[in-house]
Design a protein. Structure first.
Length: 703
C-alpha cells in the first residue's frame, strides 16, 4: 500500500499456505530430511541421486489399489518399523508411495486457478509446499501442467550444481523496446519512489516549520546517489539519460529548499512540487545485461540460460474463475532467472537468490521455481519427480517429515530459534545426520569401487538420503524436547499431548497451512485479546464478484500465476520490492466500525491467526520482508495478541499467499457496495451451490 496511509490494500483472490503469529525468539534454521532413493517406484528413479519425491494434498487416507493394479504415489504401504526408544515410526527404508501426509494427484484439476497444494519431502522448498496448476490451453491441444514452488535459500546451491552455467559472462547491450509508462531502469532502481519519498518528507517539515532532520537529509542523499549513478553509467542510453535528468531537476529543487528552508514560506510557493514519474510512450532504447553465448553443457549437467525474469502470463475467466495459458506467454519482471532444459519437452524456470539483489530487484520473486510438463494431462507425479533432476527432494512428504516441518514452522513463527535448548538441538540434529552418513560411508565403501565420478556422486546422494531418513525419528524427538523446554512444557510428550499440538497440515484454497500450538494452547487468552476487534480487507468496487468467483483472496504473486490482471491492488509494484507481494493485506478494526462495503470482515480473527505464516505491523510498511528495501522491517510482530492492540489506521496483518474465502477461512461478513452488488454476489454463490459460509446462511453473511 501507499505511504500515505489513507488508502487501502486491494487484493483479489484467495489461498492459504503456512504463516503464523506469536513471538519468542529468532527463526530457526531448517534441516533437510530425505528417504532412500531405492525405495521409489522404478519409473521415478532417474539415477541413484534420488528422484524420490511426491507432494501432498488434502490430509486424507488413500485406499489400496485393486489387485494387480500398478501402485501409485497415493497408495498406502505397510506400517514403518517402530523406533524402540519412543515408539515413533521410522521412515528409513519406507516406501515413499505410502505413509504420505497428502497424496499427489496424477491429473490436477484443469482450469482451477488456485491449483492443488502438495507437500514435498525434505526441506528444499519453503514450507515444504508446491502447487500443481493445470491451465486450460486455448489451442484445445490439452492442458498445460505446471509445478510452482519457492526454494529455501539454503537449497539453491543444490539446484545450481545441476546446471551448466556461464553466469559470469554477461554483456551489456542496448535494445529498442515499445515502452508505455516508466522505463525499466526507473522501476529497477526505484528512482521515482526515492525522489517522491524525499519530496514528501521535506514538504512535511516545511509545512510545519520544522527543521530538516538527518533522516530526511539521508533520503535526499540516497536519491541523489541513485540518479547520479544512472547519469554516470557509460551504458546508459539517451532515453535513460533524459529520464534521470527529469529526476535530477526535482532533486535540485529539493536540495535548494533543504539548504534554506526559510527562503520562501510554504504557503507562498515554498512547497516542493509534486514529483510525477517520468513516463515514456513509444519506442525507447534501453540497456540490458544478457549472457554471452554458452558452450556445450558438461556431462550430467542441464543446459541453462540466464535471462531477464518473467512470470507466467495466464488469463482467468471472471465469471467462472477458470485459468487458461498458452504455454509460452510471459510478463516481464525486474530480476534474472534461469531457463532450464530438462529434456523430452520438460522445462524449468528458476529465479535465483544470488542473481537478484534485494536492494535492486523484486524481492518477492527470489527463489521461485517453475517446472513445466509437455502439453497434455496426467503429469502430476512426474512434475514432482522431475525435481530430482535439479538435485532436489522429489517425493511426497512422510508423516515423520510432516512433524519435523511443523516444528520448524512453529520455531520460526514463535521466534524460538535463538533459545539455547532449541539452538543446541538443531545443531545436534545436523551432527546426528552427519554421523549416520559417515557410518554408511564406512560400511558400504566397497560399493564405490570402480565407479566413475558421476556414479560416485549419485551413490553419495543416495547415502545422504538414507542417512537423513534413518535418523529422522530421533531428530524429531530431540527437537520436540527442546521446543517443549523453550515453551515451558515438562517434556516433549507433554507438548505433543497438549490440545494445540497438531502436526497435520490444513488444506485451504490453493495452499496448505501449519497451525501454531501456542495459539491453540492459549486460545481463550488470544480470543479475549481480540474481543470487539475484527480483521478487514477492502475490495475495490467492481472486484468483489470476480474475487468470489475464484474462491480465494490471493497475494499479488499468486494472482499473477492465476491469470488475474494487474491493478487489483493499491501498491502491487512496490509490494514486489518490499516482499509484501507474497501475502494478502488485512487491517485491524473495531468490529463496530469496519467501514462501508465492499469489504470482507472476519469478526472471529483467531481462527485465521492459528497459522505459522502470519505477521503484522502497526503502521503502513508495504508488508515489508526485505531488509534491504525502501520500507522498514522494524516493528514487525508475529504475536497475535500484539496485533489485537494495533491502533494505527494503516496497520497491516499479513497472511502469506492468501485466504480461502469459501471454506474454513470464509469471512463473517461480506459487505457489498449496494443492493445490486449484493444480488450479484448471492447469485454467484447460488450458482456455485454454496448455501452457507462459516456455518451461517449466505444471505446473512452477504450484506
Amino acid at each position: 500500500m501507499g505511504s500515505g496511509g489513507s488508502k487501502k490494500h486491494e487484493t483479489y483472490t484467495t489461498a492459504p499456505t503456512t504463516p503464523p503469529v506469536p513471538v519468542l525468539g529468532e527463526p530457526a534454521a531448517e534441516t533437510v530430511n530425505f528417504l532412500p532413493a531405492e525405495d521409489m517406484p522404478p519409473d521415478a528413479a532417474v539415477d541413484f541421486a534420488g528422484t524420490a519425491g511426491t507432494g501432498t494434498q488434502p490430509v486424507s487416507e488413500s485406499t489400496p489399489p485393486p489387485p494387480g493394479a500398478e501402485p501409485d504415489d497415493s497408495s498406502p504401504v505397510p506400517p514403518d518399523a517402530v523406533d524402540e526408544e519412543d515408539g515413533t515410526a521410522t521412515t528409513a527404508r519406507a516406501d515413499p508411495r505410502g505413509d504420505v501426509v497428502t497424496p499427489i494427484p496424477q491429473t490436477p484439476p484443469e482450469g482451477r486457478a488456485a491449483g492443488v497444494p502438495v507437500l514435498v519431502g525434505g526441506t528444499d522448498l519453503a514450507d515444504a509446499t508446491a502447487t500443481l496448476i493445470s491451465y486450460t490451453s486455448p489451442d484445445g491441444g490439452g492442458p498445460r501442467e505446471v509445478l510452482l514452488a519457492t526454494l529455501t535459500e539454503e537449497a539453491e546451491a543444490k539446484l545450481t550444481d545441476a546446471l551448466a552455467l556461464d553466469a559470469e559472462h554477461l554483456v551489456a547491450v542496448q535494445v529498442q523496446e515499445e515502452i508505455n509508462g516508466r522505463l525499466p531502469a526507473d522501476e529497477h532502481k526505484q528512482l521515482h519512489e526515492l525522489v517522491a519519498k524525499t519530496a514528501k518528507s521535506v514538504n512535511h517539515k516545511l509545512k510545519h516549520a520544522l527543521p530538516i532532520p538527518p533522516h530526511t537529509q539521508q533520503y535526499l542523499a540516497t536519491a541523489q546517489a541513485a540518479v547520479q549513478e544512472v547519469l554516470d553509467d557509460p551504458n546508459t542510453t539517451a532515453d535513460e539519460q533524459t529520464m534521470a535528468a527529469h529526476y535530477q531537476a526535482h532533486l535540485d529543487a529539493i536540495a535548494a529548499r533543504v539548504a534554506d528552508p526559510a527562503a520562501q514560506p510554504y504557503e507562498e510557493g515554498g512547497k516542493v512540487p509534486h514529483v510525477h514519474p517520468y513516463l515514456h510512450t513509444g519506442v525507447a532504447t534501453i540497456t540490458k545485461l544478457v549472457p554471452a553465448p554458452q558452450e556445450e553443457p558438461g556431462p550430467g549437467l542441464l543446459a541453462a540460460t540466464l535471462r531477464d525474469a518473467s512470470r507466467i502470463q495466464a488469463h482467468i475467466d471472471p465469471a467462472t474463475g477458470a485459468a487458461t495459458w498458452d504455454g509460452t506467454s510471459r510478463s516481464p519482471a525486474d530480476g534474472k532467472e534461469y531457463a532450464i532444459d530438462l529434456g523430452e519437452g520438460w522445462q524449468a524456470v528458476y529465479r535465483p537468490y544470488s542473481a537478484n539483489d534485494p536492494a535492486e530487484h523484486e524481492y518477492s520473486l527470489r527463489g521461485q521455481l517453475e517446472v513445466h510438463a509437455p502439453q497434455g494431462a496426467g503429469h502430476g507425479h512426474q512434475l514432482v519427480r522431475r525435481l530430482g533432476e535439479l538435485n532436489l527432494v522429489n517425493r511426497a512428504m512422510t508423516h515423520a517429515e510432516g512433524e519435523w516441518t511443523y516444528l520448524a514452522a512453529n520455531i520460526d513463527a514463535q521466534r524460538l530459534g535463538e533459545h539455547p535448548a532449541v539452538k543446541t538441538a538443531l545443531t545436534h540434529a545436523g551432527e546426528l545426520e552427519e554421523l549416520q552418513l559417515q557410518e554408511l560411508y564406512h560400511t558400504h565403501a566397497h560399493q564405490a569401487v570402480g565407479l566413475d565420478d558421476q556414479q560416485l556422486a549419485a551413490l553419495a546422494k543416495e547415502w545422504q538420503i538414507e542417512a537423513a531418513a534413518a535418523c529422522l525419528p530421533k531428530k524429531v524427538r530431540m527437537v520436540r524436547e527442546a521446543v517443549a523446554t523453550a515453551t515451558g512444557h515438562a517434556d516433549g510428550a507433554t507438548l505433543a499431548a497438549s490440545p494445540g499440538y497438531d502436526p497435520a497440515p490444513r488444506a485451504s484454497g490453493g495452499w496448505l497451512t501449519w497451525s501454531r500450538f501456542d495459539v491453540g494452547n492459549q486460545h481463550s487468552a488470544v480470543e479475549a485479546a481480540w474481543q470487539g476487534r475484527s480483521l478487514v480487507h477492502h475490495v475495490t468496487g467492481a472486484n468483489l464478484t470476480d474475487l468470489l468467483a475464484t474462491g480465494v483472496l490471493a497475494s499479488t504473486e499468486r494472482r499473477a500465476v492465476m491469470g488475474i490482471p494487474a491493478g487489483k491492488g493499491m501498491s502491487e509494484s512496490s509490494d514486489k520490492y518490499s516482499g509484501g507481494a507474497n501475502a494478502v493485506f488485512t487491517r485491524v478494526r473495531a468490529s463496530s466500525s469496519v467501514g462501508k462495503g465492499p469489504r470482507l470482515v472476519w469478526d472471529d480473527p483467531v481462527r485465521l491467526l492459528d497459522n505459522t505464516g502470519v505477521y503484522g505491523y502497526d503502521g503502513d510498511h508495504f508488508g515489508a520482508l526485505n531488509p534491504k528495501g525502501n520500507h522498514s522491517v522494524q516493528g514487525m510482530t508475529t504475536d497475535p495478541v500484539k496485533m489485537a492492540h494495533f491502533s494505527a489506521k494503516n496497520n497491516e496483518v499479513m497472511f502469506r499467499h492468501g485466504l480461502d474465502l469459501l471454506g474454513a477461512q470464509a469471512p463473517s461478513r461480506i459487505l457489498c457496495h449496494d443492493s445490486a452488488q449484493r444480488t450479484e454476489v448471492l447469485a454467484l454463490l447460488a450458482k456455485k451451490g454454496i448455501t452457507h459460509l462459516n456455518g451461517q446462511p449466505v444471505d446473512q453473511i452477504v450484506q
